[in-house]
Design a protein around this ligand. Structure first.
Ligand code: ZN
Length: 324
């Protein structure tokens, strides 16, 4: 199994690093990864600009703070997990009975227009960058419900950074990026790119989801999108559900998104990007140990074993091979 996005690292760090990655009370830990057959788990370092300012630290420094926690955890648990620096590390980890960790940065804006920071991120082991989060940054514009805003794309630095990422081997991730930014990446990326945690906008009309045209363009480029378990991206919750944090992330809605995405863009584009510990609501699948329930449901919905294997890991494996 391969999961392209979780915020578990941040959950652990923001609660004072009391718990660790080996075993914890959140949705993903190394022991459960082993038990459920997770071969590669993306761990995102998510940087919220305003929040870092509130605690009196600059975003770049904050990244390094979380990174040093991550790095310590990798060292401490090196008997069970291997950080992914190149594609072959996945096979190495399998051969040595370990799981693999794909480190990503969510909020590329922390590079602050400085290309040497992109090189430093690579050196530290970051292999995927979610170009924007919910704000515009030095790379490009974020998603918007307003059409004019949504059409704005990458900045001149963003184009340069995309080319540089292609060159050194960091995967561009368009989740959270504006529609215009998506198309800029689709037209200019020399390697396959991904939407690590986004669903289908035709099924749930949320700006964070991808339109059918985007899904097809992603597929044509050899890219993938990771199915996100965030209730608001799976269906349209009521205000009441949102205010009381009771919007459900139902498996039947996940299956509807997978069905639609596969129908419009083909099976090869569909992967997993759970967003565990980065989402609110009542999750029918609350941790990685229960992901098998999604695959069972896909089977019952008529997907073949081969198709389910592609969603589980086959597509992400092919993608990582080409994109890294
Ligand atoms: Zn996100």
């Amino acid at each position: 199994m391969i999961d392209l996005h979780c915020d578990t690292l941040l959950a652990l760090h923001s609660h004072g690093c009391v718990e660790g990655l080996r075993r914890n009370s959140y949705s993903v830990d190394i022991e459960r990864m082993h038990a459920c057959g997770m071969k590669v788990q993306d761990f995102a370092i998510f940087v919220h600009f305003a929040r870092t300012r509130d605690i009196g630290i600059d975003p770049w420094g904050y990244f390094h703070d979380v990174y040093s926690y991550y790095s310590d955890e990798m060292t401490k648990n090196s008997d069970l997990i291997l950080p992914l620096r190149k594609f072959d590390d996945i096979q190495t980890s399998i051969d040595s009975g370990k799981v693999c960790s794909l480190l990503s940065l969510e909020e590329g804006g922390i590079v602050d227009g400085k290309m040497d920071r992109v090189d430093e991120l690579f050196r530290l082991g970051v292999r995927l960058i979610t170009l924007t989060w919910n704000f515009d940054n030095c790379i490009g514009h974020t998603t918007s419900d307003k059409r004019e805003e949504a059409e704005r794309g990458l900045t001149p630095f963003g184009f340069e950074m995309l080319a540089h990422m292609n060159e050194i081997g960091i995967i561009p991730d368009v989740s959270h990026l504006s529609d215009g930014g998506f198309w800029d990446v689709a037209r200019h990326s020399k390697k396959p790119f991904c939407a690590s945690h986004s669903n289908a906008r035709a099924v749930t009309g949320h700006k964070r989801n991808l339109t059918d045209e985007m899904l097809r363009a992603l597929a044509e480029k050899g890219g993938i999108t990771g199915l996100n378990f965030c209730p608001s991206f799976l269906f349209d919750p009521t205000e009441e559900q949102l205010n009381t944090n009771t919007a459900p992330a139902r498996i039947e809605d996940m299956v509807r998104h997978v069905r639609h995405i596969v129908d419009v863009a083909g099976i090869n584009v569909m992967a997993l990007g759970t967003d565990f510990n980065g989402i609110d609501g009542i999750l029918e699948i609350e941790d990685c140990a229960n992901l098998y329930r999604l695959f069972d449901a896909l089977g019952k919905a008529g997907f073949t074993d081969d198709e389910i294997d592609l969603v589980r890991e086959g597509n992400a494996m092919r993608f990582l091979k080409e994109a890294l």
